[in-house]
Design a protein around this ligand. Structure first.
Ligand SMILES: C[C@@]1(CC(=O)O)C2=NC(=C\c3[nH]c(c(CCC(=O)O)c3CC(=O)O)Cc3[nH]c(c(CC(=O)O)c3CCC(=O)O)/C=C3\N/C(=C\2)[C@@H](CCC(=O)O)[C@]3(C)CC(=O)O)/[C@H]1CCC(=O)O
Ligand SMILES: NC(=O)c1ccc[n+]([C@@H]2O[C@H](COP(=O)([O-])OP(=O)(O)OC[C@H]3O[C@@H](n4cnc5c(N)ncnc54)[C@H](O)[C@@H]3O)[C@@H](O)[C@H]2O)c1
Length: 197
């Protein structure tokens, strides 16, 4: 049978979670850049022996704490998840092992076998957000799909969401009546006449 993507996407409130990033070089910067692009108020501390100037700038802009020094296990304390992106493969593995011992979710950048979750390609239009994963098969394809959807999804999709949100708060009736009404006024958005599952 054809292999399928069994990952379960969730949308994390990273402004309420404590994230540790280990490593502040090229790869660390990329991960941080996409994290803040999607979630400007994410709560992040980065620990690294040195940082790229652009990482220092990004951290300043988003209020991330930069800690200069070697990684120590104690940095994992009070974190919800950790992203490691150092140029020391052994260290990255150690971070993963330490995280596992604490039941902490870990993403060792660019290393699928050491990831509890993958970072995805992200399309953002106001309240609407679409996350893309290729099951770790092709990050480049995830990037290209992100660019494609950024182009084709209309900017006014957010207006539709805002309007429906307001409409919903004004309709009367029990839960079922509301669901029926919401489905009925959005009927024309369905592309094909398939079941609603
Ligand atoms: C989507 C995105 C999100 C983000 O980074 O936030 C992301 N990678 C991005 C770009 C990108 N990364 C790499 C290239 C160079 C081209 C190439 O080598 O293919 C490019 C493209 C470029 O930069 O043009 C290098 C790379 N990445 C991974 C490997 C290992 C491997 O593939 O086995 C290698 C090779 C390392 C080596 O050779 O040593 C692995 C992972 N990268 C993932 C996410 C996870 C899977 C996501 C999925 O399920 O699709 C996963 C599994 C784990 C993780 O890191 O979370 C972001 C696009 C953001 C955007 O533009 O929107
Ligand atoms: N740069 C790329 O595009 C690229 C692409 C594919 C794979 N990789 C691989 O990804 C890894 C990371 O690459 P990079 O380009 O970000 O490396 P880099 O040299 O730019 O950055 C490494 C970072 O790790 C930190 N670091 C190293 N040892 C540390 C320690 N003991 N404690 C805390 N911080 C420590 C450094 O201070 C630095 O911030 C490398 O293994 C590289 O081979 C990089």
């Amino acid at each position: 049978m054809e292999e399928r993507n069994e990952l379960y996407p969730v949308f994390l409130k990273v402004n309420k979670l404590n994230i540790l990033v280990v490593g502040g070089g090229q790869v660390g910067h990329e991960k941080l850049h996409f994290l803040f692009k999607s979630s400007p108020n994410a709560k992040v501390e980065v620990v690294a022996k040195w940082f790229l100037p652009e990482t220092e700038e990004l951290a300043k802009k988003h209020g991330a704490k930069l800690t200069k020094g070697r990684y120590r296990r104690k940095y994992l304390k009070n974190r919800h998840f950790v992203i490691a992106a150092t140029n020391d493969a052994k260290l990255n593995k150690r971070v993963y092992k330490h995280a596992k011992k604490r039941y902490l979710l870990a993403n060792i950048a660019d290393t699928p076998e050491l990831c509890d979750f993958y970072m995805g390609g992200i399309v953002n239009k106001g309240h609407v957000k679409i996350a893309i994963s290729t099951n770790g098969k092709s990050p480049t394809a995830a990037k290209r799909l992100r660019q494609f959807f950024e182009e084709v999804i209309p900017e006014n999709v957010n207006q539709m969401v805002e309007n429906l949100n307001e409409y919903r708060s004004n309709i009367k009736g029990d839960f079922e009546a509301k669901v029926d009404q919401m489905n009925s006024i959005t009927e024309s958005l369905k592309v094909k006449n398939k079941s609603d599952d």
